[in-house]
Every structure is written in C-alpha cells, then in structure tokens.
Design a protein around this ligand. Structure first.
Ligand code: ATP
Length: 342
C-alpha cells in the first residue's frame, strides 16, 4: 500500500516563478502578482493522504485542482515544494525514475475517458499494462479481471462507441485498476456523466474501494460528490487549500465564509452522523435502542418516531458512544448545534 505526501507545493505560471514564490512566502498576496502576468495556480499546498484513504480536492473552476494533481503525478514540475510517494521524493527524480514510479505506483482516470475508439474494451482496459511491457497473456487476464470488477464482464470485445458514457468511464476505471497500482488519481472522473449515472459510479467506487483499499486522490468541483466519496476533503480557493477535514468537520465548522457559502446547500441530514452529534456525557435510558454511530441523521427519524427515549449510539464493536435526542437532531439540521467540541 502507498501513501502520498505533498509538502509546501507551489506552481507559478509566468515570468520569474522562483522569485514569485519568494514573495509569496514573505506574505505577498497572489492577486498582486496578476498584473505582471503571473498566475499563482497552487500556493503552499501541504497534505498527506494515508494508505487506503480517499482524499478529495474540491474547489471552483480555476482554483488549482488540476495543476495540483498534475504535480502529484509528475506531469507538471512544481515551482517549489515536494511530493513524496511512500516517503520517496518524486519531485527531484530524473524523467526515467519518475516514469518507473508512475508505472508502478500511480494510475490516472480522466474526465473524458481517453479511450481508443478503434480498440476493443479489453484492449483499452489493458492499455496501461501494455505500456508497461506486460506480456500479452497477463494483460488479457488482468484487464479481464478489472472489467469484471467494474461490472463489464461480457463486453470485452465491444468498442467504446457501443457503450454508454457511464460504461466508458468504467473502462477508464478498469484500465487504472488493471495496472494494480496502489494510488489512483481521478481528475473530475465523473463530472461529464448524467446525475444518475454519476451516482451509480460513485456507489461503485465506494464499493470497490471497500474491497481494494486504494489510496485515491479525487478531484471535483462538486461538493456533494466530495462529501459522498471523501474520507477527507481539501477545499481549494485561488490556489490555496483553505480547509482540510472530514465532510462533517467542514459542514459543522467551515473555516471561512467561502467554505460556509459552499456548504450551505448541502443536505446535512445525509452527511452528519449519529456519532457526530451524540451527547457523550448523558446516561442512556434502560432499554434504549442502539444505533451505529455511522447512521446518517436522515435515518434517525424513523427510529425516533416510534419511541420517546433517546437513542443509544454505539461504535462498530457495540460500545456506547453517547445518546441522541430528537432535539439534538433538529438543532444539528438547523445549524444551531454547538460546534466548539466538533
Ligand atoms: N499552462 C498554464 N499556463 C498558464 N496558466 C495556467 C496554466 N494551467 C493552468 N493555469 C491557470 O492556473 C489556475 C489554476 O488552473 P487549474 O486548471 O489548476 O484549476 P482547476 O481548479 O483545475 O480548474 P478547472 O476545473 O477549470 O480545470 C487558473 O487560473 C488557470 O488559468
């Protein structure tokens, strides 16, 4: 398994980039550099993605997400800072070394599928392996297995134009999975899909990753998608990461007005969980019904409607975490909860 660490990463487009980084480090405002033809696309980004974690980078168009992910996979050289994969600095490698790391550790899934129209689904799924020089029998075996994982068994000999958009993206995903790399980089991978198909793909990714435990960096401009998929989310604004946290952290304690505005339309009943709002000091009533801490608030209503006493919230091993009252649920849904202990 692999982890990814990004340390004080900068990308400046325009003249004298190193000098601009120096100015930014001294506290200059990126907006002041624009007049000189400079874009500070990524400014001082630092984060670590743990093994098996899904880390979502979310932000509006132009906030620097693609530039960031392109530096992680080595397609763009940072102006300053470093990227480590499994504690190995990949920023200062030769092109050859970098290619090897990319092939062994990272696969990318793109928004527009990047499939070859004149190659079969199986051939497309095996493409990443072919580039790595894998022998033909193994390619067929591994690409076939990856297609099975994404639910495209039986479609191996079809061509991309015979598939729907969602199925094409599955081929893109299968191509990344077939390579067997631990790290998946997904750049707006589901953004071109219709809402229903998009949701299906999100479900499939969650299901697959419960089995495969890949380390995923997922780029999106869609906050709901970020909250569904991300173990943690980094919110970017004008090149800077303004907040990193779980969906619940971000919803309950947005770092600034920008993030608060982003989250205001999120359906809190789907994101907030019983564990997040449980009163840990209250004593549960005898016979209180246990509910898993991961239960979203929307699912508590049905449980609460037929009983008067508070629910007992428990962890995965059935140990008590606290109690939840209807008043706490309503307070959380109407943004009136205490966030000081969140
Ligand atoms: N090659 C380049 N040369 C000059 N400026 C660039 C280049 N690539 C990106 N930029 C600028 O850097 C900033 C960040 O762009 P980036 O594409 O990383 O943002 P993004 O959040 O991925 O947006 P989108 O979702 O629209 O791709 C933008 O202002 C963009 O215009």
């Amino acid at each position: 398994m692999s982890s990814v660490r990004v340390e004080r990463l900068y990308k400046i487009f325009g003249p004298q980039p190193a000098e601009k980084v120096r100015l930014l480090k001294q506290g200059s405002d990126p907006a002041d550099l624009v007049a000189g033809g400079t874009t500070a696309a990524v400014v001082d980004a630092t984060f670590t993605v743990a093994e098996g974690e899904t880390f979502v980078v979310m932000g509006l168009s132009g906030s620097g997400k693609s530039t960031l992910i392109r530096m992680v996979n080595g397609l763009l050289a940072p102006t300053d800072g470093a990227v480590f994969v499994d504690d190995v600095d990949v920023t200062h490698m030769s092109t050859r070394e970098l290619r090897t790391v990319r092939q062994q550790k990272m696969s990318m899934v793109f928004q527009h599928f990047a499939l070859f129209p004149h190659r079969t689904v199986l051939d497309n799924a095996g493409y990443g392996l072919r580039v790595r020089g894998t022998d033909e029998r193994e390619i067929i075996e591994r690409a076939g297995e990856a297609l099975r994982l994404v639910g495209l068994q039986g479609w191996e000999q079809r061509y991309p134009q015979q598939l729907s958009g969602g199925m094409r993206q599955r081929v893109g995903l299968a191509r990344a999975l077939a390579t067997g790399t631990d790290v998946l980089l997904m750049d707006e991978a589901f953004s071109a899909l219709d809402p229903l198909i998009k949701r299906e793909m999100q479900d499939q990714l969650l299901e697959l990753n419960a089995q495969l435990a890949k380390t995923i960096i997922f780029i999106t401009h869609d906050l709901n998608e970020a909250m569904r998929l991300g173990d943690r989310i980094a919110v970017m604004r004008a090149g800077r990461i303004v907040q990193i946290g779980t969906a619940e952290d971000i919803l309950r304690a947005p770092a600034d007005d920008y993030v608060a505005e982003f989250v205001q339309d999120v359906d809190r009943s789907r994101v907030l969980t019983a564990a997040a709002i449980a009163d840990r000091d209250a004593t549960p009533a005898d016979g209180a019904v246990p509910v898993p801490g991961s239960t979203p608030l929307k699912d508590l209503f049905a449980l609460m409607s037929d009983r008067a006493e508070p629910l007992l919230v428990v962890d995965e091993r059935q140990r008590p975490l606290g109690v939840v009252t209807p008043a706490a649920v309503f307070a959380a849904l109407s943004h009136r909860e205490e966030t000081s202990d969140a």
